[in-house]
Design a protein around this ligand. Structure first.
Ligand SMILES: [Zn+2]
Ligand SMILES: [Zn+2]
Length: 363
C-alpha cells in the first residue's frame, strides 16, 4: 500500500509498504480522509522527538475492511472515524475514566511508536519496522485498536469526518476540562484547526460568550461567523488590556490557549478574573517553559489545567451525535483538500499559517 513515510526530519516520502493486518481487538480500515494537524507538523519538523522511520496521521475516517477477534463495536463495511487517542482500556487511568491520559498510549505509542504488545503493525517491503504515530493514517490502510473506532451515520460526510477525531475531540475535551457554563466570557487564544472548534463548541454547545484572538484577520472573520461575539488581533491592540475592557475590568471567566507559545500562555493567565480557569491545549517544542506571577495566581485562586484531548469512548458518541444534528459543524472549518501525493505541500501551508481552520488529505 502507499504511505507517506518520515525517514528523515522535514520531509515525507510516498513509499510502497506492506499492508497491515489487524490482530485481536483491532480493526483494519481503508482510509478515506485524514486531518492535517499541527502535532504531526511538530513531529515532522523534529520539535517533538519520535522514532524514525515513521508514518504519522492521527485523525482519520474510513471504511472497515477487516476486524480481528473479539471486535464487536463495528463490522466490515461500516463507515468509521478514529480519534487520535487509542485507550488501552486496562491501565489505572483508563479504568478510572481518564482514558484521555491512558498511560499505555503515552508510553508505547507516543514515546515508542508501537501498540500495546510492544510491536508495530507497519513494515517496509524488506520487513523492517516502521513506527506509528497514533494509528499512522497517512496511508491507504490503517490498523486501529477497537477502543478507538466509532461508526458514523450516513448523514456525516466520510470525506470530511476525520476532523472529529482530533481537531474537534481536542476542542471538545478542552471545553469540558474548562467546565464552561452558559454566558461565561471565554477568551480563545489561537483560532486555527483546533481553536476554531473551541470557538464553535464553547458558543454552540456551552452557550458561552467567546472572544477569539489571532494574528490572522481571515481566521478572526471565520471565528466570528462560527460563533465568537468579539475578536482581538494582537497586531492592533494589547490583548490583556482589551480583554479587561470587554469584561468591565474584571477579566474573562476562562481562557483557552490553543497555540503553545510562552507569550500567549502568559497573556492567557493574566487575562482571567479571580477564580478564573486557564486551559492549555497547544503543544510546544520539548522543554519549553512559561511563567506566571505566584502571588497573583494564589491570591486570586486561578486554576491552570493541561488538556491533551478527549476521552474517546465517552466523548466520541456525544461528538458524533452533535455533528449529526448540525450543532457541531464540520464543513465550515475545512478550507482545503490535498491528495496523499501532495502531503508535503499541505504541511508547508500549515506551517506558514496559510490554512484557515483545517486542511484534509483525501485518499
Ligand atoms: Zn491533532
Ligand atoms: Zn489505558
Amino acid at each position: 500500500m502507499k504511505a507517506a513515510v518520515l525517514r528523515e526530519i522535514g520531509k515525507l516520502t510516498i513509499e510502497d509498504i506492506k499492508e497491515p493486518k489487524p490482530l485481536d481487538d483491532e480493526v483494519l480500515i481503508r482510509v478515506n480522509s485524514i486531518g492535517v494537524c499541527h502535532t504531526d507538523l511538530h513531529v515532522l519538523k523534529g520539535h517533538i522527538p519520535f522514532p524514525l522511520p515513521a508514518v504519522l496521521g492521527h485523525e482519520v475516517s474510513g471504511i472497515v475492511e477487516k476486524v480481528g477477534k473479539n471486535v464487536n463495536n463495528v463490522q466490515v463495511g461500516d463507515k468509521v472515524i478514529g480519534p487520535f487517542i487509542l485507550p488501552c482500556g486496562k491501565c489505572r487511568l483508563c479504568i478510572t475514566g481518564q482514558e484521555d491520559l491512558c498511560e499505555s498510549f503515552y508510553n508505547y505509542n507516543r514515546l515508542k511508536g508501537l501498540y500495546y504488545d510492544g510491536k508495530t503493525r507497519l513494515y517496509d517491503k524488506k520487513g523492517s519496522d516502521i513506527y506509528m504515530y497514533s494509528m499512522a493514517a497517512h496511508a491507504e490502510y490503517s490498523v486501529i485498536p477497537s477502543t478507538s473506532v466509532f461508526k458514523i451515520p450516513d448523514s456525516l460526510d466520510i470525506s470530511m469526518a476525520s476532523i472529529l477525531g482530533c481537531a474537534i475531540m481536542t476542542a471538545y475535551g478542552a471545553c469540558r476540562n474548562t467546565a464552561l457554563r452558559p454566558a461565561e466570557k471565554v477568551a480563545v487564544f489561537g483560532v486555527g484547526g483546533v481553536g476554531i472548534n473551541v470557538v464553535q463548541i464553547a458558543s454552540r454547545v456551552y452557550n458561552s460568550d467567546v472572544i477569539a484572538i489571532d494574528l490572522n484577520e481571515e481566521k478572526l472573520k471565520q471565528a466570528k461567523s462560527i460563533g465568537a461575539i468579539s475578536t482581538i488581533n494582537p497586531k492592533n491592540e494589547d490583548v490583556v488590556k482589551s480583554l479587561l475592557e470587554l469584561t468591565d475590568g474584571k477579566g474573562v471567566d476562562a481562557a483557552i490557549e490553543v497555540i503553545g507559545i510562552k507569550s500567549t500562555i502568559e497573556a492567557a493567565i493574566r487575562s482571567v478574573r479571580s477564580a478564573g480557569r486557564v486551559t492549555l491545549v497547544g503543544l510546544s517544542s520539548k522543554g519549553s517553559e512559561a511563567s506566571f506571577e505566584i502571588n497573583s495566581l494564589v491570591r486570586r485562586g486561578v486554576k491552570i489545567t493541561g488538556s491533551y484531548g478527549g476521552k474517546p469512548r465517552i466523548d466520541m458518541p456525544e461528538i458524533i451525535s452533535l455533528a449529526d444534528k448540525g450543532i457541531i459543524n464540520i464543513k465550515d472549518s475545512i478550507s482545503a483538500r490535498y491528495r496523499l501525493e501532495d502531503i508535503n505541500e499541505a504541511f508547508e501551508k500549515l506551517e506558514k499559517g496559510e490554512i484557515l481552520g483545517r486542511a484534509i488529505i483525501n485518499i
